[in-house]
Ligand binder design. Structure first.
Ligand SMILES: Cc1cc2nc3c(=O)[nH]c(=O)nc-3n(C[C@H](O)[C@H](O)[C@H](O)COP(=O)(O)OP(=O)(O)OC[C@H]3O[C@@H](n4cnc5c(N)ncnc54)[C@H](O)[C@@H]3O)c2cc1C
Length: 291
């Protein structure tokens, strides 16, 4: 079959599974300096799925795309160490404060700039926001098919893909026409280990922002080895409308954040009857949780 052009969506996230007591400041805001950042785990599974296809279909290329601050270049290097062919960052202060709507708009604009792709793979959800909305919203904005909760690609041809989805009550097998976007469930196979040879090859890969502080020898090395460039795009590069990005493009406003620890007697078991669901919605509206 023909080689595929795959884009993998990846997000750098705070390591919420390893938070110390100093993770929050006394004023309740996040103490970012004290929280290590990692490659979002589901995105690593998505990258593995892409690399697995690349192993099977010679000539396939894998481009990893992220939107994030300059520090997100770390996961771009990790992607290259693991086997990606290219790394692209969408990075600009004006993208800051984005909710899922603004994030998916920005990612979709960057994908339109990349233009030529067959398959987009992303994680099901990011461990910091946990919304699982960015993948499906991006597919909607690109007007392409989407398959969520994927754990395995069982068949792939030039125009069609067969995917196993993990559902609560079992496995579903679905077929989709390409191009399509697939979000990968955390129970899909874990990503392979970095390849020592690739670590040596890409350890000096740097983004445009990182290169502004680079010493002369690194500037020279980048001139000699163009593959060390981590592509970095700003608002103008992806032709984004300013009112659709960052805070301006984000209708979600987080009013306050509370640390809630539930005790057993605070939980409620509901049936799936119309009456129970209606009561629950009324209660949520009364408490201003929704509405
Ligand atoms: C406390 C808190 C509450 C929030 N509440 C809301 C809310 O109610 N509604 C809302 O819209 N936003 C909310 N946000 C913001 C939201 O979490 C972020 O906007 C985030 O960028 C996108 O959502 P997510 O992390 O949930 O991603 P998910 O939708 O969980 O991510 C799914 C996948 O999409 C891809 N992806 C996600 N972000 C990126 C990225 N930046 N670059 C590349 N790929 C990416 C990855 O493959 C990822 O695995 C909240 C943030 C915080 C901190």
């Amino acid at each position: 079959m023909n080689p595929l052009k795959i884009i993998v969506l990846a997000k750098q996230v705070p390591d919420t599974r390893n938070l110390g007591s100093d993770a929050m400041k006394p004023d309740g805001t996040v103490n970012r300096a004290k929280i290590p950042t990692i490659f979002n785990p589901d995105d690593l599974s998505a990258l593995e799925m892409a690399l697995h296809i690349k192993d099977r279909v010679p000539g396939t290329s894998v481009t990893v795309l992220t939107m994030g601050p300059p520090k997100a270049a770390d996961i771009m290097r990790d992607s290259l160490y693991l086997g990606a062919d290219k790394a692209i960052m969408i990075s600009d202060r004006r993208f800051g404060g984005a909710d899922t709507l603004a994030t998916s708009y920005t990612i979709a604009q960057a994908i339109k700039k990349i233009k030529d792709y067959d398959l987009i793979l992303g994680g099901r959800q990011a461990i910091d926001g946990d919304t699982a909305q960015v993948g499906p919203q991006t597919a909607e904005k690109l007007h392409i098919n989407q398959v969520t909760y994927a754990i395995e690609i069982s068949e792939i041809t030039d125009d069609k893909i067969v995917v196993k989805r993990k559902l609560d009550k079992g496995i579903e097998i679905v077929e989709a026409l390409m191009p399509c976007l697939i979000t990968v469930h955390g129970s899909a196979p874990e990503c392979r280990m970095p390849v020592a040879k690739r670590v040596m090859k890409y350890k000096y890969a740097r983004s445009k922002t990182e290169m502004t502080k680079a010493e002369d020898w690194l500037q020279e090395l980048h001139k000699e080895r163009p593959y060390l460039k981590i592509e970095e795009w700003n608002v103008e590069d992806i032709e984004a409308e300013k009112e659709k990005i960052g805070l301006a493009g984000s209708p979600t406003k987080v009013k306050s954040i509370e640390n809630v620890v539930f005790t057993a007697n605070e939980s409620k078991v509901l049936s799936d009857s119309e009456a129970d669901i209606e009561n629950m919605i009324k209660e949520l509206i009364d408490h201003h949780t929704i509405g």
